[in-house]
Design a protein around this ligand. Structure first.
Ligand code: B12
Length: 217
């Protein structure tokens, strides 16, 4: 393996190992030889995919996932100026939130990080977000995509409430709506009237990119 690949592999491993200092140090070195986008696509995003897989396999738990996400965020912070400086235009704008009554925001934060990594401008409204706040954010922020997260069986139907409110306000055609969270699936997403569902943060970023591709004339 070349020194160059070693460096990207080192970043990947340091994120998976939740070592933020090492992730930052190696990312700084990598920036001397690689475009920020390469580091993002070949190290940061694959690292979080590995972390997600390890969680599913029971090899990692929530606190470890958060630490890994923080290591990725630290590395991402270093890439941000370079991403902004380069020709990487903002792919699109996303408003994201966990629906009202639901305080689970870990997954949503990961989705936000992944979307930023994929070149989106992301505005997170946080957790426990009332439908009105989503509506206001669409009116004032003019996003391309609205993302909603829910982890509780009791709060997931609120997504339909937000989508219905968008419809009532005549805003539905202005945005694509994507939904996710552990209790969601494609069937529920269809039932609520969302445009898409993704099971994890990496898939969410792919879905958001696909929305933007489809919009291109
Ligand atoms: C951590 C946690 C908490 C923490 C939340 C901390 C925080 N800041 O988020 C605390 C302790 C506060 C909590 C509280 C409660 N919790 Co809780 N909690 C969990 C736990 C253990 C992990 C959730 C998590 O973070 N997963 C990791 C993340 C990365 O996964 P994720 O959220 O699914 O996100 C991924 C995907 O779904 C997707 N995704 C997420 N959002 C979005 C959005 C979009 C647009 C897209 C495309 C994709 C996407 O991408 C993410 C990354 O890959 C789960 C159990 C579990 N295994 O899921 C229970 C769980 C969700 N909680 C549960 C319950 C019942 C509660 C409480 C009601 C408990 C109580 N009796 O008080 C309260 C509810 C409080 C409230 N009103 O919201 C139940 C829900 C059952 C149900 N089906 O309704 C679960 C499933 C536990 C269980 N087995 O009973 N909880």
């Amino acid at each position: 393996m070349s020194v160059v690949d070693d460096l990207l592999d080192g970043i990947r491993r340091s994120i998976v190992d939740m070592d933020d200092q090492q992730a930052v140090e190696l990312t700084r070195k990598a920036l001397e030889i690689h475009p920020a986008e390469t580091i993002l696509n070949r190290a940061l995003i694959p690292a979080m995919e590995t972390v997600g897989n390890e969680y599913e396999q029971g090899k990692k738990f929530i606190p470890e996932m958060l630490l890994a996400a923080e290591a990725m965020t630290a590395a991402l912070e270093l890439l941000k100026p370079a991403l902004a400086r380069s020709d990487v235009k903002k792919v699109g704008k996303v408003v994201m939130g966990t629906v009202e009554g639901d305080v689970h925001d870990i997954g949503q934060r990961m989705v936000c990080i992944m979307l930023e990594g994929a070149g989106f401008e992301v505005h997170s409204l946080g957790a426990d977000v009332p439908a009105d706040d989503f509506i206001q954010a669409v009116k004032t922020g003019n996003p391309d995509i609205v993302g909603m997260s829910a982890l509780l069986t009791t709060t997931a139907p609120r997504m339909k409430g937000v989508i219905d409110a968008l419809q009532k306000q005549g805003l539905r055609d202005r945005v694509k709506v994507m939904v996710g969270g552990a209790v969601l699936n494609q069937r529920l997403a269809d039932e609520y009237g969302a445009d898409g569902y993704a099971p994890d943060a990496a898939a969410a970023a792919r879905l958001a990119r696909a929305f933007m591709e489809a919009r291109r004339p």
